[in-house]
Design a protein around this ligand. Structure first.
Ligand SMILES: O=P(O)(O)O[C@@H]1C[C@H](O)[C@@H](CO)O1
Ligand code: HPA
Length: 293
């Protein structure tokens, strides 16, 4: 691993200290917004917002649909921090930079991470616009040791060999399903397995068929690294995929996915996602500090 691709404990601390000196909010919940899902941050009350370019140690966000802002505020009385835009491996960021904010959040006192993403569906029963609650993931880059947990392990964050058999919190998962029922949206809510690929290209037909055979329900280019790092440092995790397109599995099929289409579907459904996340944060058990005191 190159030195430039390493981040020290002091680097995370410096960023956390900078944040604490710029906002009174002390978040317990962090939310990462996927492509076109930045609206999730717009519901925060008493917001403090910082462009990533102002925050020491934060990389730059280069993907359309990822505004590149960190927003602090309250959702249903609970203090949250929201990443309006995430970092992807395909942008050229090393995975320690992709996941840098997660460890900074840990140092700020965050206990729960909510991840969202845009994804293509492999499951035959899924429709564009469905919301998939992530039950588990397959991390394809991780199969070849491309993982944010590779390299020297810092025990201050977590163990060398973390278990990942409960990567997504079952209580939050069940709570979200109940909320979907009460919101009357269960007919387009699914439960499934997300698979991370490196991107930035979308899948070939052969790759799509392989993922389908593997039991993947939805595929995307993010999320797994953040979930690994959050679990490693003891956070509980909840994840949502918005199904923005069907992944083509047939050589005769002329449909071709593109990022603009992905953003179009995200924008169409972002209000529903915002409702679901807001209710979830409101009902989840959080040992919250009141930042306005
Ligand atoms: O950040 P997410 O995973 O939501 O972004 C997805 C994957 C690619 O970055 C992009 C493709 O349209 O959307
Ligand atoms: O079909 C897809 N494949 C990979 N990533 C994606 N992100 C949105 N849709 C897709």
């Amino acid at each position: 691993m190159h030195k430039k691709d390493m981040v020290s404990y002091g680097d995370y601390q410096r960023t956390a200290e900078w944040i604490l000196s710029h906002t009174k909010h002390q978040p317990k919940v962090a939310i990462i917004c996927g492509s076109g899902l930045g609206l999730l941050a717009d519901g925060l009350q008493n917001p403090d917002s910082f462009p990533y370019s102002d925050i020491p140690g934060f990389p730059e966000s280069t993907v359309p649909g990822h505004a590149g802002r960190l927003v602090f505020g309250e959702l249903k009385g609970k203090t949250c921090v929201c990443m309006q835009g995430r970092f992807h491996m395909y942008e050229g960021h090393p995975l320690c930079k992709v996941t840098f904010p997660v460890r900074v959040f840990k140092l700020l006192g965050v206990e729960t991470l909510i991840v969202t993403n845009a994804a293509g569906s492999l499951a035959d029963s899924y429709n564009t616009g469905d919301i998939m609650i992530i039950r588990d993931h397959i991390n394809i880059p991780g199969f070849s040791s491309i993982s944010p947990l590779c390299g020297p392990n810092d025990e201050r964050f977590g163990p060398r060999f973390p278990a990942m058999s409960s990567a997504y919190d079952k209580d939050l998962y069940r709570l979200a399903l109940e909320i979907c029922k009460s919101l009357g949206i269960s007919h387009f809510v699914r439960e499934g397995v997300y698979c991370m690929v490196g991107g930035p290209n979308f899948e070939t037909i052969a790759e799509a068929r392989l993922l389908h055979k593997l039991g993947v329900d939805a595929v995307g280019m993010s999320t797994a690294p953040e979930v690994l790092v959050a679990n490693h440092c003891g956070m509980r995790v909840f994840g949502l995929s918005l199904i923005t397109n069907r992944v083509v599995k047939d050589y005769e099929d002329k449909e071709a996915v593109n990022h603009e289409g992905v953003l179009g579907v995200s924008n169409m459904r972002s209000q529903t996602l915002q409702m679901l996340v807001t209710e979830l944060v409101g009902l989840m058990d959080v040992n919250n500090n009141n930042s306005s005191e």
